[in-house]
Design a protein around this ligand. Structure first.
Ligand SMILES: [Zn+2]
Length: 177
């Protein structure tokens, strides 16, 4: 049996391909550096020693993804709650569309109408009567997909967009008409 020479990262030995590296996570791994040029192995082993081992790196990354996903889910839920409360308060109808599109469309509608109010009324020259008229129009567009399509739009564009909405974007039975 060949005795393996143990060599700490940072020391240079030519033709030495297996390096025991203590990673920042505390784990010690033997790395086969035969694929690297002999004169680069020490530097590479040092570089490895400055990082977590592969297992810990992967675990940390998965943890991050899980955290990020959890955060996204929580944020979406908060936005949905806000959109639902807003729709109730301003008498906005439930949107029509396939499964996920309804909730998403409602969040887009909430965001767009709110930013339109800020731009046109709060910061603009519109009075309440102008706004009430726009709100009426917004109520008639019940196709979730329409609101989804406008998700990148500016609040100031809402009047024009609503005017361009077609019959197929409006409720089949429209109580506001
Ligand atoms: Zn580790």
């Amino acid at each position: 049996m060949r005795r393996r020479r143990r060599q700490k990262a940072g020391t240079t030995t030519w033709q030495h391909t297996r390096w025991d590296v203590v990673h920042t996570c505390g784990h010690e791994w033997t790395h086969d550096l035969s694929a690297r040029r002999a004169d680069q192995r020490a530097a590479f082993a040092r570089w490895l020693a400055g990082r977590d081992c592969t297992d810990c790196w992967r675990a940390a990354r998965q943890g991050d993804t899980a955290t990020r996903e959890k955060w996204l889910v929580a944020r979406r839920a908060a936005e949905q709650t806000a959109a639902t409360e807003w729709a109730k308060r301003f008498d906005m109808p439930t949107l029509e569309g396939p499964g996920n599109a309804v909730g998403w469309g409602e969040r887009c509608r909430h965001q767009l109408v709110t930013s339109a109010h800020t731009a046109l009324v709060t910061e603009g020259s519109w009075d309440e009567a102008d706004w009430t008229e726009l709100e009426e129009k917004a109520r008639t567009v019940t196709r979730a997909g329409w609101w989804l399509d406008q998700r990148e739009a500016d609040g100031t564009d809402l009047p024009e967009l609503l005017d361009a909405a077609t019959e197929s974007d409006r409720a089949t039975e429209n109580p506001y008409r």
